[in-house]
Design a protein around this ligand. Structure first.
Ligand code: NAP
Length: 405
């Protein structure tokens, strides 16, 4: 069926609209989890602990948790599956994957690849379903006593429902939930690097990633220059269009509801005094295409600074002091990623330690990679994926006491 990664990338572009180049990047990212965890499988070490009693020996074994149910979103239809399934299989678990209704094809394509790779039948299972069935399927997966582990990536609202279901049988859970990433630019930042980072962090996947910047906080002294250069970069470097066209950098949003949310956030902000610097409306291509948008004169009273937009909207808040920026950044009930640009080493340490998030990009706008622990604090989730820590989410620790020696 699939002869090369190009075909897998084309499936992603066809099912969620992201530009082919980004889809190709996702396939490499997706495959990296399988490679990484295949290697980690060889390092699931146990332990021998010195015992306090002379006639005892204390061992620690690591064992697979059992069947893992995996529920994934549409925005990375391949990588969000392999980030979980790679770790689960390496730990010795079997998996049941429920992909998003909008993007079942990548999950099924991975099934075909699993067959081709010789994964035994019944180890990687996919249960696509219509949106009408989603809640019922989710409930079965989270309550069935045969399932020992739930690993979910998606919105915080859905995560809370699944946590409630999972509580009935006290299942192990990993939750990768929503974000509201701040991107702080301090006066001493390299403004050109900050603009490049802002562009990458905000507009990747048309703003539809959980680690996309959701609000920009820019210090008074650098504010005007940053906004002017950011607007120019948006207008010059971003091209809205069909994901299969080579020059497209911004595909359509996933559905009409997503477009309506961006519109609602812009309308609310403008009604409270924000200014549209560039963009601001549906793209002339129609349907789900939206112009990459930059707003200035934004305040913390506006909706776009209070909840995840999950679209191509960049709101800029002007601030005066470091303490003020950190307070605004931390005034959120979620904490996934956070970014800041500064050239002052003391400030870099201070702010990196103070931000209430699971991942911090310092002078970097794109930070996800297989060897780094991915996950959030507060209502952004529980547990970590990828890295040397990711496999622990699928392992139980068993203590064995050998007595009477
Ligand atoms: P969502 O509505 O929560 O959907 C995610 C998955 O959950 C889909 O498979 C969806 O199925 C399923 N689902 C929805 N309601 C369910 C229920 N009651 N029971 C069981 N499953 C249910 O999330 P989304 O809005 O599509 O995705 C965007 C969100 O995901 C954003 O908040 C983003 O920040 C977050 N996200 C987080 C990470 C991370 O690693 N932290 C990564 C990517 C995205 P249907 O498609 O059938 O509705």
């Amino acid at each position: 069926m699939m002869e090369n990664k190009e075909e897998l990338a084309r499936i992603i572009t066809a099912e969620n609209g992201k530009p082919l180049k980004e889809a190709q990047g996702e396939i490499v990212y997706s495959a990296s989890f399988l490679e990484w965890f295949a290697e980690e499988a060889r390092r699931i070490y146990g332990d021998v602990i010195p015992a306090s009693a002379k006639d005892r020996r204390v061992l620690v074994l690591k064992q697979p948790v059992g069947v893992a149910a995996v529920i994934t979103p549409w925005n990375f239809p391949s990588a969000m599956i392999t980030r979980k399934v790679g770790a689960a299989l390496a730990a010795g678990c079997t998996v049941v994957v429920k992909p998003a209704e909008d993007t079942p094809l990548s999950a099924l394509a991975l099934g075909e690849l699993a067959n081709q790779a010789g994964i035994p039948a019944g180890v990687y299972n996919v249960v696509p379903c219509s949106r009408q069935q989603t809640a019922a399927v989710g409930e079965v997966l989270c309550t069935d006593p045969l399932v020992s582990k739930i690993s979910f990536t998606g919105s915080t609202a859905t995560g809370k429902i699944l946590l409630k279901h999972a509580a009935g049988t006290v299942k192990r859970v990993s939750m990768e939930l929503g974000g509201h990433a701040p991107f702080i630019v301090f006066d001493n930042a390299n403004v050109d690097r900050a603009v490049a980072g802002a562009l990458a962090s905000k507009y990747r996947n048309s703003g539809q990633t959980c680690v996309c910047t959701n609000r920009f906080l820019v210090q008074k002294g650098i504010h005007d220059e940053f906004v002017e250069k950011f607007a120019k970069a948006i207008e010059k470097e971003l091209h809205v269009g069909n994901g299969f066209d080579a020059k497209t950098t911004q595909g359509p949003l996933i559905n009409e509801k997503a477009v309506e949310k961006v519109e609602k956030h812009i309308k609310d902000a403008v009604s409270q005094g924000a200014s549209i610097v560039t963009g601001g409306k549906r793209h002339s291509l129609g349907k789900n295409f939206f112009e990459p948008t930059l707003l200035s004169n934004v305040t913390t009273k506006m909706l776009c600074t209070q909840e995840e937009t999950f679209g191509p909207l960049a709101p800029v808040i002007k601030f005066e002091t470091e303490a003020e920026a950190v307070a605004i950044a931390n005034a959120a009930n979620v904490g996934l990623a956070g970014y800041f640009y500064s050239q002052d080493p003391a400030q870099i340490w201070r702010v990196a330690e103070q931000l209430e998030v699971g991942m911090v990009g310092v002078n970097e706008g794109i930070i996800s990679s297989v060897e780094c622990p991915f996950g959030g604090v507060k209502e952004s989730g529980l547990g970590r994926e990828g890295s040397k820590y990711g496999i622990d989410e699928y392992l139980e620790i068993k203590y064995v006491c050998l007595g009477g020696l």
